[in-house]
Design a protein around this ligand. Structure first.
Ligand code: ADP
Ligand code: GLC
Length: 482
């Protein structure tokens, strides 16, 4: 079976968050089961060299204001299709934001082009390959099913995957013609959303099946609190919605062979984790503490709940614990964490920025990882934490709730705990979870057993790849019959 993935990022080539990790990992897991996935994403400047070595398989004379082409390349175990459109993607800096920190003013055209090019490939195939199913990811690819729908042709079925419903791709209704959408698409069962155009809503309304990245988030999305305005539509389509838990790439994230660690280790040689802790301390200017060393690796946005962590810092340091935070985003949060590190020298270390190798070292060197998100569709850093024996302390929401087993009395007695959860999600309960983690850390026998158990917890893609595959197969079979 042939599947076309369409997304705005793909690891290890271009990444701003978990979306990229997932897009880079699922195709490999599906390939192992015999499904041929090609991934279409834009050729941002970081991909120029790669694109230069690619084979042109499709040309567009005018794709939203300039010439464009699709180039096919095999790299890093993936079959990739790069959308080369210099007028849209040749910009320095962040792939979504201009130097002023605001969205690029033509983001609607940049990502309409992605959907439009994807639709052309879906309809006509290229280079002797045509997809049986298309899987579009997040709002950036959301218009693809709209272009298919208005083509009036027999089209392959589409799965839309929601990685984060907070980003909806909302634009002014007056852009309809610029987006090359027909007037009839501006309707309740099309791209219209409260008088505007929403790329995400278009994808949800016009795709055949909808998935999201954890079972708990799939339930949460049906509520006004988490559905962010789209819960009504999702309730109508609830029989087409499923939650498939994200996994992680077990080769890239492997404490036994990770090149970014100063010392590799396994569940049988956990003592060797200490060398990585010393390196984290050195890099973050931290002194050795009696309590656990917590880390955070995160975008700094209100979703991630790190403002609550700021409130808990006095109590965390009073318990003899330490914190190493790597993150970037909201400038107020960046400043507040930088201030916190000056207030607690040697105990709170902060590095503002985006640093992939350092994110691996933190997983390898810290005792626990904090993920106090207000909502979290899946979350990957807690999964990396499990794999590296870095116990997750998480808010009980979305994929965090589905992947971490809280060290309550029952779970400790049953010897199945892998971390710490807290709910309701507020600073007081986070502080209590941190206190429980600190208390457990002082009982090394229990802590070490939890580390070993966390490392055994299955976090790969096998089960979830099979779930995606089952959806693709049922859609393809249905099409063949129809
Ligand atoms: P989200 O996609 O909402 O940001 P996830 O937990 O799914 O959250 O994925 C975040 C990914 O981005 C992880 O791979 C994490 O290691 C990485 N990441 C986040 N912030 C940074 C950073 N400052 N430096 C390096 N990697 C980061
Ligand atoms: C989004 C979500 C995150 C999820 C990731 C990959 O960025 O915020 O929870 O893990 O997508 O699906």
């Amino acid at each position: 079976m042939n599947v076309l993935f369409v997304a705005s990022e793909c690891a290890p080539f271009i990444k701003t968050g978990g979306l990229a990790d997932v897009i880079g990992a699922v195709p490999k897991a599906l390939a192992a089961a015999g499904t041929d996935v090609k991934v279409l994403f834009p050729a941002y400047p970081a991909l120029h060299a790669l694109a230069a070595g690619g084979r042109s398989i499709r040309r567009f004379d005018d794709l939203f204001g300039g010439k464009a082409e699709v180039k096919a390349i095999n790299a890093e175990g993936l079959e990739i299709l790069l959308l080369v459109a210099p007028h849209l993607y040749d910009r320095d800096g962040n792939i979504y934001l201009g130097p002023d920190g605001q969205d690029w003013s033509d983001n609607h055209l940049r990502f309409a082009a992605l959907g439009c090019a994807g639709a052309e490939l879906a309809l006509d195939g290229a280079d002797g390959w045509a997809p049986d199913v298309v899987n579009v990811h997040d709002w950036q690819a959301g218009l693809l099913p709209a272009y298919l729908s208005q083509s009036g042709r027999n089209t392959p079925p589409v799965v839309m995957t929601i990685h984060n419903i907070a980003f909806q791709g909302l634009f002014d209704a007056s852009e309809l013609a610029n987006l090359k959408l027909k007037g009839e698409m501006f309707a309740a069962d099309g791209v219209e959303y409260y008088g505007r155009i929403s790329f995400l809503k278009a994808g949800l309304a016009l795709s055949d099946k909808i998935t999201t990245v954890s079972p708990s988030y799939a339930c949460e999305l049906l509520t006004p609190e988490f559905g962010m305005g789209l819960d009504g539509l999702l309730r109508e389509r609830r029989s087409d919605l499923s939650g498939i838990l994200n996994g992680i790439d077990l080769e890239t994230w492997n404490p036994e062979s990770d090149p970014h660690l100063v010392e590799s280790y396994s569940a049988r040689s956990l003592k060797r984790k200490a060398a990585n802790k010393r390196e984290v301390e050195a890099r973050f200017g931290l002194q050795r503490q009696d309590g656990p060393l917590f880390c955070v690796v995160s975008r700094l946005t209100s979703q991630k709940g790190l403002d609550m962590l700021l409130e808990c810092l006095p109590s965390l340091v009073a318990k003899g614990a330490g914190l190493a935070l790597l993150g970037s985003g909201d400038s107020a949060l960046e400043r507040q964490f930088a201030d916190a590190s000056s207030r607690h020298p040697g105990q709170v270390g902060v590095i503002i920025g985006y640093d992939e190798p350092l994110s691996h070292l933190l997983q390898g060197g810290c005792d626990a990882i904090l993920v106090p998100s207000r909502f979290e569709p899946c979350g990957l850093t807690q999964l990396y934490g499990l794999r590296y024996g870095t116990l997750p302390v998480v808010a009980r929401t979305g994929g965090l709730a589905d992947t971490v087993i809280d060290a309550n009395e029952a779970a400790l007695a049953a010897e199945c705990a892998t971390g710490f959860q807290f709910a309701p999600i507020n600073a007081t309960m986070l502080e209590q979870a941190i206190a429980r983690a600190c208390a457990t850390y002082r009982q090394p026998r229990i802590w070490w057993a939890m580390m070993r158990r966390a490392m055994r917890h299955p976090v790969g893609w096998d089960a979830s790849a099979a779930a995606y595959e089952a959806i693709y197969r049922s859609l393809a079979a249905h099409r063949a019959k129809g």
